[in-house]
Each structure stands twice: as C-alpha cells, then as structure tokens.
Ligand binder design. Structure first.
Ligand SMILES: Nc1ncnc2c1ncn2[C@@H]1O[C@H](COP(=O)(O)OP(=O)(O)OP(=O)(O)O)[C@@H](O)[C@H]1O
Length: 257
C-alpha cells in the first residue's frame, strides 16, 4: 500500500512483513501479521495502535533489532535481512525502553555511541547535541541517576549523534511533563524542517500525532487497519479528533479474531 506517489527511494518499504514470536507453552504469537506500507522521504509518519497491536515489534524490525519471520523490508533502499549494515549508519532510533549503562555518565554513554556510529569530532558533536537538547548540565551525571524524563531526552540526544536521515521514535515524549513534551515536539518539528529527514514514530498521544505527522498507520492485532492524513481520517470517520477515530477503530470488533 502506498502513502504517496513520489519517485524517490522510499525511507521504508514493507511488504507482507510478519513477525511470529514463541509465546507461553511454545504457542506462536503473531505480533505483526503480513503488513504492507511505504514511508516516503522527508515526511513524518505515525504508527498508532492499542497495547499489543504490534508497533514496537514493527519499529524493532525497521531498526534491525529483530529479524522478520517472513516478508520483505527495505529501509533507505537496503534489504534489512541481507544488507542492513548499509542502512543502519544513516538511521537512528530513540526509545524509552532502551536502558543506558547506569554507572557511566551521560557524556561517557554518548561518547560510546558516537564512536559506534563513527561520528567525526565526537566531543564537539556531543556538546552541540547536548546544547540543542538542553542537556549540557547533565553530561557529568551517571545515567542511572537521571529522572525518566531526563532519560528520554538523553535517548533523543543519542539518536541525533549521527545526523540520521531516518529517525525512528518509540513514544518520543513518554514520561515528559507537558511543558518539556511540548518543547521536544517543537524541537522535532524544527529538526525535521531543517534537515529534511524522515521520522517514523509510535505514540499513544493522539494530539502529538496530529501535530507532528503527515500520515498515520493505525495497527490492530498485528495488521494495518486504516491509514491516511490525520485530517482526512477525522473527516472520513465523521469525528472531531484523531483520538475519536482511534477509539472507533479500537472498539470495532476484529473480523479476524
Ligand atoms: N519477545 C516477545 N516474545 C513473545 N511475544 C512478544 C514478544 N514481544 C512482543 N510480543 C507480543 O507481540 C504482540 C505485539 O507486541 P508489541 O510490543 O509490538 O505491541 P505494541 O503495539 O508496541 O504495544 P504497546 O503499546 O503496549 O507498547 C503482543 O501480543 C506481545 O505480547
């Protein structure tokens, strides 16, 4: 399924993408069930869905943390099963679920990642990113002594180190107070406008998705249930907000269940 008709190489192209885990008693759990989608470059696409819909599993396959069970997945034009190292250097991700080594300071953590990504002039880059994200005062703190909201911003700083052309975000404003959450959303909008990068984000915050995203994919039980621009979806469902559209889809019985 295509989100637009651009001729450029899409940032992400998935077809028949499937992930099956082994659940309790070795029962298969189909977390992602044959989804197809296309994310064009220079856009922000949101991935929505209730708890357990398959969002984190989808993002984990796109960032190369999980291998698909079947289907094809191309990221920045590279096959994520055979050539993922060629895509990984040009992308990054931020997730509140990835913990940084607790005893290392924020600077030491960022330094390790900067070297892993082969960032030139690592020290200057870390200082610039820390300043951009208002983290300079935290650079000397052990990562284990940060609040949840501070960790979210450090994870974002880590994701910016290599100037990614594709940025994956899982719950980018999780644990942030409303003021800081608003500031991070503004930061992401400005960053994308400046760099022309593509953002692909999973979020439960519908107001955030309406504000940041050009298009959304709505997942339910491992499948894409609907997709479109937030305004178009709101109009099509005859609702006032994306939250109301989300509730309509979430509360409609699943025909495949
Ligand atoms: N490692 C795993 N082993 C077994 N089952 C898993 C594993 N990871 C995820 N699942 C299952 O796959 C399904 C999709 O999980 P996933 O984390 O992708 O959902 P999600 O949409 O990100 O949910 P949430 O909004 O709660 O974070 C769920 O049923 C989950 O229990």
């Amino acid at each position: 399924m295509s989100l637009d008709t651009e001729e450029t190489v899409p940032a992400i192209e998935a077809d028949g993408l499937t992930k099956v885990f082994e659940g309790p008693n070795r029962q298969p759990v189909t977390a992602v069930d044959g989804i197809a989608f296309r994310v064009p470059g220079n856009r922000t696409i949101g991935l929505l869905g209730g708890n357990g819909a398959g969002k984190t599993t989808t993002i984990s396959m796109v960032v190369g943390l999980l291998l698909p069970t079947s289907g094809s997945l191309r990221v920045l034009g590279r096959d994520m099963v055979h050539d993922r190292h060629l895509a990984l250097a040009r992308m990054n991700f931020s997730s509140p679920y990835v913990d940084l080594p607790h005893r290392l300071t924020v600077r030491e953590n960022l330094n390790i990642y900067a070297h892993l990504y082969g960032v030139p002039s690592a020290r200057l880059r870390i200082e610039a990113v820390a300043e951009d994200l208002h983290l300079t005062d935290l650079l000397k703190r052990p990562a284990g002594k940060l609040s949840a909201g501070q960790k979210t911003r450090v994870s974002l700083a880590k994701a910016m180190l290599n100037d990614p052309v594709l940025l994956l975000l899982d719950e980018p404003t999780a644990s942030l107070d409303p003021d800081t959450g608003d500031w991070v959303r503004d930061y992401l909008i400005r960053w994308r406008a400046r760099t022309g990068a593509t953002m692909f984000l999973a979020s439960h915050n519908m107001a955030e998705v309406e504000r940041l995203c050009d298009e959304v994919l709505i997942m339910k039980a491992g499948r894409i249930q609907d997709q479109g621009a937030p305004g178009a979806l709101i109009g099509r469902y005859g609702r006032r907000t994306l939250e109301e559209v989300f509730l309509d889809i979430a509360r409609t019985p699943d025909p495949f269940a």
